[in-house]
Design a protein around this ligand. Structure first.
Ligand SMILES: [Zn+2]
Ligand SMILES: [Zn+2]
Length: 428
């Protein structure tokens, strides 16, 4: 579906502005010339997990979801640490992520896999549509001038870290330790938006397609429990049970012992027990996703059929036009005959055979035209019938799906309402 989808201009890859992002993917290859050192590799691992913590615990759980409290100084450290991952500023990141939660898997979701895997993974980042920060979406943090400054100068963090990496481990440190780990960090973060909505298990009935994946939780330090997270986004931990490892939460927990962070929000037991769905069972989020897909496929098929009908009608009309042209010779032909007939220098006897021959030709073409017109009328009647069938089917299909969706919505509304109340009570 995604391949045939035509994207509006502001959703297409902006190649010029995407050059640095694309080029950075190839920079680590220059290590062929500099060699790879153990020190550079260790640096890369440290920078990967260190910055992943700032992204998950800082950009995501703190700035996007306010899942815990901290001081203004540590808040700035979280923002600066996250900015070193070259994923833009905390305010840009968090404001866009809030939109993802508000409109999960609907048309207004900024990176729904409903628009294709590539789009959810990296397409939305490479286009021009989402480059700006809407400060209205993040008023609660936009009131801190230091955060706004960092958001506007988001290059400071990556440049600072790049220089530090070079000073620590030289060229291999820059190429592998910094650039290499930055690229891995990007794609690991992106997999939460892409893979985590198509791959894994669902535990809770949410209105989106989020899933839990132990594998994704491994390289995202706990973000892989994404279905848990969409169900209860206010929590500082995404792993809800002891076996759901969540390294970012573990670190936050340790920081809370030193009062660096406080009031870590965790999902209450009754919330964890509510709105459960057996994996593979169709709940409202999955139903809506399938419904959207089926609807899009049906629309595409009917549009294509209608195009075919229009093309066939056009071709038939062309044929008749050609026949009409033959029955009535064009102006140039007529005037030649006329010139021959009226030329005083030519005898009338010479003009007469020319006119007679044109008349005979015209007669034959006329008969041909009538035959073609009959065929066309028959074809047009058949096409009109076909169009009527397609239209009726489309109306029936849409009515049936809308009806089923409404029933499913009503059915699950009660349980979701109960879950929402619990969440609201807890958040208050
Ligand atoms: Zn999500
Ligand atoms: Zn989130």
């Amino acid at each position: 579906m995604s391949q045939s989808m035509v994207r509006p201009p502001d959703e297409r890859v902006a190649w010029k502005t995407s050059i640095p992002f694309i080029a950075l993917h190839f920079l680590p290859l220059l290590a062929i010339f500099t060699g790879v050192t153990l020190r550079a590799v260790i640096l890369g691992i440290v920078l990967y997990f260190g910055r992943m913590f700032f992204i998950t615990a800082g950009y995501h759980r703190y700035f996007s979801h306010r899942a815990y409290k901290t001081s203004r100084v540590f808040q700035f450290i979280l923002a600066f640490g996250g900015s070193m991952a070259a994923q833009k500023g905390a305010l840009w990141w968090a404001s866009h992520h809030r939109l993802h939660h508000r409109f999960s898997d609907t048309e207004r979701d900024i990176h729904s896999p409903q628009k294709g895997f590539w789009w959810s993974h990296v397409g939305w980042i490479l286009c021009d549509k989402y480059k700006a920060t809407d400060y209205d979406l993040i008023k609660d943090f936009a009131k801190y001038p230091e955060l706004v400054w960092l958001n506007k100068h988001d290059w400071v963090g990556p440049w600072f870290l790049g220089i530090v990496a070079f000073l620590i481990a030289g060229w291999p440190g820059l190429l592998i330790g910094f650039f290499g780990s930055t690229v891995l960090l990007w794609h690991a973060t992106f997999t939460v938006n892409s893979l985590n909505h198509v791959f894994g298990r669902r535990r809770y009935a949410t209105t989106d397609t989020s899933r839990n994946s132990a594998i994704l939780a491994l390289w995202t330090m706990g973000e892989g429990w994404h279905n848990n997270h969409h169900y209860y986004a206010a929590a500082a931990r995404n792993g809800f049970f002891w076996w759901e490892y969540d390294l970012s939460y573990t670190i936050l927990k340790v920081l809370s012992y030193f009062h660096i962070v406080t009031r870590l929000r965790v999902p209450p037991e009754r919330v964890k027990a509510a709105a459960r769905v057996r994996d593979g069972q169709l709940d409202i989020g999955m139903f809506r996703a399938y419904w959207t897909k089926a609807n899009a496929a049906f629309h595409e098929a009917t549009t294509r059929l209608q195009q075919k009908v229009a093309d066939a009608a056009g071709a038939a009309a062309d044929k008749v036009n050609t026949a009409t042209g033959r029955a009535h010779p064009d102006e140039a032909g007529e005037s030649t005959v006329l010139a021959t007939a009226t030329d005083p220098d030519r005898s009338t006897d010479a003009a007469t055979p020319a006119l007679t021959s044109a008349d005979a030709e015209g007669g034959a073409a006329h008969a041909d035209l009538i035959a073609q017109q009959l065929v066309l009328a028959d074809k047009q009647a058949k096409l009109a019938q076909l169009e009527e069938v397609v239209r009726t089917a489309q109306i029936a299909f849409e009515a049936c799906l809308a009806d089923t969706l409404r029933t499913a919505e009503e059915f699950s509304e009660a349980s979701r309402e109960r879950a929402r109340e619990m969440v609201a009570q807890d958040v208050a």
